[in-house]
Design a protein around this ligand. Structure first.
Ligand SMILES: [Zn+2]
Length: 348
């Protein structure tokens, strides 16, 4: 399967925070040939290990932003609670997929009143999520329940992965399936190559709900060094001045200097820069200090862990239409591989 096919498979898999099992099985399938072992910890993190010695941790989170069914109205409409950070302006007018307890996917639409029946000021108002509703075609609560829908069921806005043009793709979950794919590809490309340490790749749960999975995994793995792989905030589009664009598309992987969860050690920043320069891989910086990442949770574990972040630039994250250039993803994979080939130098 080529890179596009793999990204499609990963992005289209259902993996709302706390409900990552489907994407976990896809990843387990993809990495199995390249690792010695895979285990699932009590939180649901997929922890894959190859080699022996001190641990170097890669982390990419499996979860995506989504919703949970919070209430079923007497007339069959559903109410949602957010899982992860949403911009309420972009939620109405989309289809949602609700996954029932038996694993079936139910389709619904997040309805909005048409302009015809709204007053001028109502049309300008952002509708809070708690006022929005999902229409699954049920005429009553009982009918919704007969569809298998239950309080607590996860839901996502799902548009299938598409190629917009050659090399430029859109999907619902590039944050962070792009990071997951970078980790998977690094394992594949390094397969059979000796590394002077134990490489442990954590595919984390619940990053979007407070970096929870990575925290527990970092404690368990106790790495000497960690690198979180992300799909991050590309904002190079009209209306955003360049000084406020955390990263730009088409300029290669983004090295984080600081975000709201970590100030990356300058030693590690320098090491990543040097690695990219030696290999002739383009890179950029993620402007400080936007967002938070699993590195924020990881570096505070144990007695403190040297941790950094490398990201694939993605536009429109936390929306159903995130986009990326495959060239950026490819360059990120190259830099991860080059970093891992040298990472032993940081353990001395
Ligand atoms: Zn993320």
């Amino acid at each position: 399967m080529d890179l596009v096919g793999k990204l499609q498979r990963l992005s289209d898999a259902f993996g709302v925070a706390g409900f990552e099992d489907e994407v976990r099985e896809v990843i387990r399938d993809m990495v199995a040939p390249y690792v010695d072992s895979c285990e699932v910890d009590p939180l649901g993190n997929l922890i894959c290990t190859r080699g022996t010695g001190e641990a170097v941790m890669l982390d990419a989170h499996m979860d995506e932003v989504g919703f949970m069914v919070r209430w079923i109205e007497e007339d069959g409409f559903l109410r949602l609670s957010p899982l992860g950070g949403w911009d309420e302006r972009i939620i109405p007018g989309h289809r949602v997929t609700i996954r029932t307890r038996s694993g079936e996917k139910r389709l619904g639409v997040i309805g909005a009143a048409p302009p015809h029946i709204l007053k001028e000021e109502e049309r300008k108002r952002v509708i809070p999520l708690e006022d929005l509703f999902v229409d699954v075609g049920a005429g009553s609560r009982t009918e919704a329940e007969e569809l298998g829908i239950h309080l607590g069921d996860p839901a996502t806005i799902h548009y299938p992965f598409r190629e917009i043009r050659a090399g430029y793709v859109t999907g619902k979950a590039f944050d962070d399936r792009a990071g997951c794919l970078a980790a998977i590809e690094a394992l594949r490309l390094l397969s059979g190559e000796e590394l002077p340490y134990r490489l442990v790749v954590n595919f984390a749960v619940c990053e979007e709900e407070g970096l929870r999975g990575a925290k527990a995994a970092a404690y368990r793995i106790a790495p000497r060094l960690a690198l979180a792989l992300e799909g991050t905030i590309g904002a190079d589009f009209p209306g955003v001045p360049q000084a406020k664009q955390p990263v730009r598309l088409g300029q290669g992987p983004a090295i984080t200097l600081a975000d709201r969860s970590i100030i990356v050690s300058p030693r590690l920043v320098r090491f990543l820069e040097e690695t990219a320069e030696r290999e002739g891989i383009p890179y950029q910086y993620k402007l400080p200090a936007y967002g938070g990442t699993d590195a924020g949770a990881i570096h505070l574990e144990r007695g403190g862990i040297l941790a950094g972040v490398l990201s694939v630039p993605c536009r429109y994250i936390h929306s159903p239409v995130s986009t990326l250039f495959l060239s950026d993803l490819e360059a990120t994979i190259e830099l991860v591989v080059a970093f891992l080939r040298r990472a032993g130098e940081l353990l001395g």
